[in-house]
Design a protein around this ligand. Structure first.
Ligand SMILES: Cc1ncc(COP(=O)(O)O)c(C=O)c1O
Length: 411
């Protein structure tokens, strides 16, 4: 890479560096007591990458347990409704447990077993990562505890019930606003105390190094499959690829292969949709990249919603999976480098997109994924009626039924 912290368009994409920095973002801003655990994790991950047996075991589980490859579906009625030539949907909603999160929990729980840990913990917001971790722990015979904010426990009762059925302990976190950020803080604190026998299964492309790289590794299967499925179908390279961004794992999962493997002059526009909640002009949003500034939270440096004193500000979104005040460090880097564009989508726009997908294609998406779908009318206006757009449908909407009913959809 050149002297600049940002890559030029022609340079191969090669982040992070050995210390886990994506340009200035990322790193390891943690108490000294956690450093050995992170080093042990980085070592185990490196070893696993060099072991074909690890890949084979994960590949078999992804195929036979998760149901991969997830289909790439051409949504013609949706394309017509939004005024685009082609819309491709990457159907992560069809994975076992209903979202992309299972790709990552299988990878991390296999790592936990390699490291001889008998117990896993995780944090969860929408509950999808909690359910995926509880599922994987049951599959692998690991003890499991899930930290969850009390507000999210209320919003996502069905997922809480599922986790308990799967044998996990759900640990309520009443601190702060009782949402995802508080659950992460509690889980990190607990991990420090129990690091000898406990593996922390982090649910998004956030946290101290090496977590953002580990999560990217286990989620990049989404973009790799999409690229080869487009080729198999004889389709041209889409003009744009869109994914929603909470912490950023489904987005980096689909973007990374396009950044790494597709030459800059053929690369589609990559767009991350974050939560504008009740509007960017209000305080009620989760748009860390659009409205935040760089700071440290949960052990890494990244764009962060913060008040004048530099304290993390409460994030809001109708979707529990997008209301995190920070964002994965690689997205901060990609934003500054101009390699990915980030836009914010309101609750209302997401609900409209949710209803549109249900009515045109018979697919009920997660409200998180509906944020990505809401970019389609904007892209039709920008790119014109012949454009082709690929959207990552990160999850299915079963968990959101109460929320959309309360919002008046389907009435
Ligand atoms: C279906 C779904 N999509 C997206 C997200 C946001 O997470 P990420 O940005 O890590 O993909 C979540 C988080 O819970 C989710 O459940």
């Amino acid at each position: 890479m050149s002297g600049s912290l940002l890559p030029s368009a022609e340079e191969a994409y090669a982040s992070p560096d050995a210390q886990g920095f994506f340009g200035p973002y990322g790193g390891t801003f943690v108490p000294e007591t956690v450093v050995p655990a992170l080093e042990e994790l980085a070592h185990a991950f490196d070893e696993a990458l060099g072991d074909p047996a690890f890949d084979a075991e994960l590949g078999a589980l992804l195929a036979d347990y998760v149901g991969r490859p997830s289909p790439l579906y051409r949504a013609d009625r949706l394309a017509e409704a939004v005024g685009l030539g082609t819309v491709w949907l990457k159907r992560e909603d069809l994975n076992h447990t209903g979202a992309h999160k299972i790709n990552n929990t299988l990878g991390q729980c296999l790592l936990a077993k390699r490291m001889g840990k008998r117990r896993v913990i995780a944090e969860t917001g929408a509950g999808q990562h909690g359910v995926a971790t509880a599922t994987t722990a049951a599959l692998m015979g690991l003890e499991c505890a899930i930290f969850m904010g009390t507000e999210d426990i209320r919003r996502q009762a069905l997922n809480v019930y599922k986790m308990r059925l799967l044998g996990a302990e759900v640990v309520p976190v009443a601190d702060g606003t009782g949402t995802l950020a508080d659950a992460v803080t509690a889980a990190l604190r607990h991990w420090v105390e129990r690091v000898e026998d406990t593996f922390y299964v982090l649910g998004s492309a956030v946290g101290p190094h090496p977590y953002p790289t580990i999560v990217r590794h286990f989620q990049k299967v989404i973009g790799e499959e999409a690229l080869s499925q487009l080729r198999e179908k004889g389709a041209r390279m889409p003009d744009a690829v869109v994914a929603c961004v909470g912490g950023g794992s489904n987005a980096i999962g689909i973007f990374y292969p396009f950044l790494r493997d597709v030459p800059a002059d053929e690369r589609p526009l990559l767009i991350g949709a974050e939560a504008a909640g009740l509007g960017l002009e209000t305080d009620k949003h989760g748009a860390a990249l659009t409205k935040g500034r760089p700071g440290v939270l949960h052990g890494f440096y990244s764009y962060l919603l913060q008040d004048e004193a530099g304290n993390p500000k409460e994030a809001y979104s109708i979707s529990a999976g997008l209301d995190y005040p920070g964002v994965g460090p690689e997205h901060s880097y990609l934003k500054d480098a101009g390699l990915v564009r980030y836009e914010a989508v309101t609750d209302r726009e997401a609900l409209d997109a949710f209803a549109l997908l249900a009515r045109t294609e018979g697919i009920i998406p997660a409200i998180e994924s509906a944020h990505a779908l809401a970019m389609l009318p904007r892209l039709a206006a920008e790119l014109g009626p012949d454009a082709s757009v690929l959207v990552n449908v990160s999850g299915r909407g079963d968990k959101d039924m109460d929320i959309v009913r309360e919002a008046g959809l389907g009435a």
